[in-house]
Design a protein around this ligand. Structure first.
Ligand code: AMP
Ligand code: GLY
Length: 421
């Protein structure tokens, strides 16, 4: 089978690498991929907004199955478009993708089905938003409604920060803003919970804890994710039942009532407060770096699982996991998440020994004049699976010290809440 993967991050390299293990996969195409996927797939540089051109390529190369990694093409309706052309594709359709594309869409479902989430208000102009915050207690959370790559969220300790956030959002910092959300601040610990669904059946696809802040001790600016560990230290049977019954199932029901099934990965970003789950946000895809952290533990054929979601047979498909502790650390370009240099060679990568425990997934990398170079903020993901989080972290730190890339930095404290020093 010929398989195509849309995306260019660590998540997509991990999906590529895991699919490669399936003896049914003959060839993989990555649109556009990175230096890591180039080793196992054909990287195709194509404008992902140009669905028509993408379709022509898929048909001319006779690619049998397309997997969508990131949210943007999902929210833009790539699944609906390809399905209309009778192309088999893994991912939710445009209606379902609003769970990530519009925070207000999700909040409305939460309200209708009594899904636990932070109390909120929606505002369409600066004046009303300001009147509301003048009468509120702090901290408060202010969010842009549209896709903002995780950056359109402000945790405001005081009124002047909230006023600043309201101005920035309505002045268009994250694109045209018709709406803004003000939310109650939830004080707890975050966890990422994943399911996979074919529209009828839902199955757990792992848990993880991401480290979104750039600095050690969870300080500094928010990033796409600096490292993660799986399973989450918070998960237990009773919490899992609550997540499924109070959050996931009512959401799927809500979508059904809107006339749509959910097919694909669904990522619930949760705040856990005293073993009670609250939905912070949905993502209609795997997390990054959670995907890289979770997939090495999979002990079943990924292609079979993803295909069964398109064929409506997930109920008959086994998803087995290794009972291991997986941890990932992201090597970033110095300066990220602000300005950083690009096209910097990363020497010595081929000296790193990868095996069944150690994985290196590329993100912002590209081959330039036969050399692997950095082209993004998050550059490489190192993942290790072992019997303990502390061993996994130590092994990665040894490797990163060996690599000693002088344009890079990374957090040494990933998993600090679960690893007792
Ligand atoms: P989001 O893009 O909605 O995931 O928000 C980004 C980050 O802001 C989350 O990962 C949380 O750390 C934080 N956050 C968002 N909403 C809330 C909330 N209501 N209470 C506390 N923290 C929040
Ligand atoms: N790790 C956070 C995300 O994928 O959105």
């Amino acid at each position: 089978m010929k398989v195509g993967i849309i995306g260019s991050g660590g998540r997509e390299h991990a999906i590529c690498h895991t699919l490669k293990k399936s003896n049914k996969v003959k060839e993989i195409y990555c649109f556009p991929g990175n230096a890591g996927t180039a080793e196992i797939a054909k990287n195709i540089s194509i404008d992902l907004k140009d669905f028509e051109n993408l379709k022509k390529f898929i048909i001319s190369e006779k690619i049998d199955f397309i997997i969508i990694g990131p949210e943007k093409p999902l929210v833009d309706g790539i699944v609906d478009f390809l399905e209309k052309q009778k192309i088999k594709v893994f991912g939710p359709n445009k209606t379902a993708a609003q769970l990530e594309g519009s925070k207000i869409f999700t909040k409305n479902i939460c309200e209708k089905y009594k899904i636990p989430t932070a109390k909120f208000g929606v505002f369409t102009n600066k004046k009303d938003a300001n009147t509301f915050i003048n009468n509120s207690n702090f901290p408060l959370v202010i969010k842009a409604d549209n896709l903002a790559s995780g950056k359109g969220v402000y945790i405001c300790e005081e009124k002047n920060k909230a006023q600043e956030a309201i101005n920035e959002i309505f002045d268009g910092k994250f694109g045209l803003a018709k709406n803004l959300l003000v939310e109650e601040f939830l004080d707890g610990e975050e966890m990422s919970y994943f399911i996979i669904s074919d529209g009828k059946t839902i199955k757990n696809f792992g848990t993880a804890q991401d480290h979104k802040r750039v600095l050690e001790g969870d300080k500094g600016k928010n990033t796409g994710g600096m490292g993660a560990y799986s399973p989450s230290r918070l998960i237990n049977n009773s919490l899992e039942r609550k997540i499924i019954n109070k959050i996931i199932k009512p959401t799927i029901k809500g979508l059904k009532e809107l006339g749509t099934d959910y097919k694909g990965f669904l990522y619930a970003g949760l705040m856990i407060v005293k073993n009670e789950p609250y939905l912070i946000e949905y993502n209609v895809r795997m997390g990054d770096p959670e995907c890289q952290t979770i997939l090495p533990k999979l002990n079943s054929d990924l292609l079979d699982i993803l295909l069964s979601c398109c064929e409506g047979s997930l109920d008959k498909t086994k998803i087995n996991w290794h009972d291991k502790k997986s941890l990932s650390i992201v090597l970033c370009s110095k300066g990220y998440p602000e300005e950083f240099k690009k096209n910097i060679p990363i020497k010595g990568l081929n000296q790193i020994k990868l095996d069944n425990n150690m994985f290196c997934y590329h993100a912002g990398t590209k081959i330039i004049e036969k050399e692997v170079c950095s082209v993004g903020g998050r550059v490489l993901n190192f993942v290790y699976i072992s019997e303990s989080f502390s061993e996994s972290r130590n092994e990665i730190l040894k490797t990163l010290n060996l690599l000693n890339w002088d344009n890079g930095f990374f957090r040494k404290d990933i998993g600090h809440k679960v690893i007792k020093e």
